[in-house]
Design a binder for this molecule. Structure first.
Ligand code: C2E
Ligand code: CA
Ligand code: CA
Length: 657
């Protein structure tokens, strides 16, 4: 029976256990109904609970969403404000920019926006500008497109464009920009238009200045080359028949500069210019061809004349005579009479028609040879000069390649002690076999390598090579290997200073040769240019332990003074002294004095160019210490050097035995 019914029965004093069967059945039925109701209620309660939980959850989520929306909308408000602000700023930049800004519809070319600067620069009103197309604003050269940019380009420029003002005048501008798409879907090019007319004007001034020599008012090299190119083209096409080029170098100009001062030198140049200018343009008349003749100053005291309108190549000589005659009278410089003649190299159009540069180079070569023949001469470029020039150019070009290709090698010439007869040193001498020109003398290629600055690279290689060679000889035959290897230093290398010291140190370190086994030979010419720097380098080299010798002693002017002031270990007396021994009676006296001086200064005397036994005897009697020359042996490849030394030693032994 359901507990609730049981409780009610008890209250009514009825005992369900003794109830009659009918009542008991009723009670049971009621009880069942009660129990079913209980179940229903419990189920209902459960469902309610679930539903309320779900509702709660949904509510929570809604709440969250609301909050997020609030944040978002707040942000949105912010962004919109910010965007408006940025746009305002951009607009201000656009409007206030001192540089012109222009927006163009790239499809139609129509101008969409302009700023004040653009308005100011063009002289158009804003309304006018906005009614124009980009093509109306620029002055395009024929064939040049008058569009701002292609619609494909995301960026364009910087490019120089010429803009047209309202009044028809133009200005140069640098245009660059970007492509955007606007709210109407149009492809818009935004361009910055920077007025560069001032810069262009300055550039034009500069270009003009480059065309006129400030000192003399003559045209410059640039103009000359242009005119010469024109003349070459005219001859080539048969419009003109003959021209001649004269390369002038004044002989005493340096003297005027040094004695009368630079202002006087400038004055002289101006007067020369006036005389030359009168030659090519006599009162501005003459044939049109002759009128394109030109005089220009190539810098310093070098002038070039291009004479057009000659009848025949032979007339060039006559023209040169007129130049010489015009320059012959004395100049009056500050009340003084000054004479200045020119050496003149001539090239005519009969010679070559390749390039202006080549014509000038040939005229230069002819001038150079004219100068060597004596002052005030004119010389026509000829084929021998041409051959010399071609060879020189070939050598210059071949040097760098030759060094890389290993075309250089060293040969060694013995230096012999005259008292003992032993080989004390080996002088390394450069040899070069050019692939087409064959064997080339160092006296020919070394000066060219010096001019080209390549002697330093050559030197770096050969110093290492010579040091390594002595190390190899020492290993091979310590008894007969010479005590030192002598290496020639060019004047260019001496002028290097500190880097040269480092290079020598590197060569020694890399090969392991002791510093005392290296002797460097420098010529007098190599040290007179910058005595203090040269002296410092030689002192540094000696501090390193390297021996230093003066080469070609007696070929310069101030040899004796140099000996006292420079820290030499040895002096190599030039072979001209030995030649003089037999040629003149004074020769012996000069050699004697030199040897004495050298030995008294504590230096070793080495005589070069000894070719005969008779010379050896004289040198020994003069107290000369060492000698070098064909008599003792010429330069040989490194593989033959020790054999030569051993043969000498054996011969000396036989003589004494
Ligand atoms: P240099 O330094 O005075 O070299 C001596 C030159 O005289 C060498 O000519 C040598 O072969 C030559 N000679 C030696 N004994 C006699 C002789 O008894 N009679 C005659 N007539 N000549 C003799 P080379 O090798 O042609 O060199 C000429 C010059 O080239 C050298 O004169 C030197 O100034 C330069 N040179 C050679 N090799 C080098 C180098 O490696 N570096 C530098 N910077 N210059 C070098
Ligand atoms: Ca030498
Ligand atoms: Ca020498």
């Amino acid at each position: 029976v359901h507990p609730l019914i049981l409780r009610q029965l008890r209250k009514a004093g009825i005992d369900p256990a003794v109830a009659d069967p009918a009542l008991a059945r009723l009670l049971a039925a009621v009880s069942d109904a009660y129990l079913a109701a209980d179940d229903d209620r419990r189920q209902l309660e459960h469902s309610l609970k679930l539903a309320s939980e779900e509702l709660y959850e949904r509510n929570r989520r809604l709440q969250q969403e609301l909050e997020q929306r609030a944040v978002l909308s707040e942000k949105l408000v912010h962004t919109t404000q910010h965007r408006a602000e940025t746009e305002r700023q951009y607009r201000a930049v656009f409007e206030l920019s001192p540089v012109g800004v222009l927006a163009v519809d790239l499809a139609t070319g129509c101008v969409l926006h302009v700023n004040d600067a653009m308005v100011g620069a063009t002289g158009h009103s804003r309304e006018q500008l906005l009614s124009l197309a980009f093509a109306d604003l620029v002055a395009a050269a024929p064939g040049e497109r008058a569009t701002l940019a292609t619609p494909e380009a995301t960026r364009f420029g910087p490019q120089e464009r010429r803009f047209r003002r309202r009044d028809g005048s133009t200005f140069d501008a640098l245009v660059s920009g970007i492509r955007t798409t606007d709210e109407l879907g149009r492809t818009v090019g935004w361009a910055i238009v920077q007025d560069i007319s001032e810069r262009k004007a300055f550039e034009r001034q500069l270009a003009e200045a480059a065309r006129r020599d400030r000192l003399t008012g003559l045209s410059t090299r640039t103009v000359f080359i242009e005119r010469l190119d024109d003349a070459i083209a005219r001859v080539r096409t048969g419009v003109q028949s003959v021209f001649a080029v004269f390369y002038l170098d004044f002989d005493r100009f340096k003297f005027v500069n040094d004695t009368l001062g630079h202002d006087a030198g400038d004055e002289l140049l101006r007067q020369i210019a006036t005389r030359l200018a009168a030659l090519v343009a006599p009162d501005g008349g003459g044939e049109p061809e002759a009128r394109s003749s030109i005089v220009s100053r190539f810098g310093g005291d070098e002038f070039l004349v291009l004479a057009n309108g000659l009848a025949a190549p032979e007339d060039a000589v006559g023209f040169a005579e007129r130049i010489v005659a015009a320059l012959a009278p004395a100049y009056s410089i500050r009340g003084r009479e000054v004479h200045s003649t020119a050496s003149i190299g001539i090239v005519t159009s009969a010679e070559c028609l390749t390039s202006a540069e080549e014509v000038v180079r040939k005229a230069d070569v002819a001038m150079y040879e004219a100068k060597h023949l004596g002052r005030g001469r004119a010389l026509l470029f000829n084929h021998a000069m041409h051959a010399r020039l071609t060879r020189r150019v070939a050598i210059e070009h071949g040097l760098r390649r030759g060094l890389r290709a290993g075309e250089f090698r060293l040969v060694y010439q013995p230096i012999v002690d005259l008292t003992t007869g032993t080989v004390v040193s080996a002088e390394a001498l450069l040899r070069w076999t050019h692939p087409t020109l064959g064997e080339i003398e160092p006296s020919e290629f070394v000066p060219l390598a010096e001019d080209a600055g390549l002697i330093v690279d050559l030197g770096r290689w050969l110093q290492r090579e010579a040091c390594a060679q002595l190390v190899r000889w020492r290993t091979e035959d310590p008894l007969h290997a010479p005590a030192t290897v002598s290496v020639n230093l060019s004047r260019v290398e001496v002028a290097l200073g500190a880097p040269m010291l480092a290079q020598v140190r590197d060569a020694l370190a890399a090969t392991g040769l002791p510093a005392g086994a290296l002797q460097l030979e420098v010529t007098e010419r190599g040290i007179v240019r910058d005595r203090d720097a040269a002296r410092a380098l030689l002192l540094d080299l000696r501090a390193l332990g390297v021996r230093v010798a003066m080469d070609d002693f007696g070929t310069g002017d101030s040899s004796l003074g140099l000996l006292r002031h420079f820290p030499f270990d040895a002096i190599k007396i030039d072979r001209s002294f030995v030649e003089d021994l037999t040629a003149s009676p004074d020769g012996l006296a000069v050699l004697h004095a030199s040897v004495n001086l050298i030995e008294n200064l504590g230096m070793t005397s080495i005589v070069e160019g000894v070719e005969q036994l008779s010379q050896v005897a004289v040198l020994q009697s003069l107290g000369c210490r060492c000698a070098q020359g064909l008599y003792f042996g010429g330069a040989v490849p490194p593989g033959e050097f020790l054999d030569a030394v051993r043969r000498r030693a054996a011969a000396a032994f036989q003589k004494t035995a």
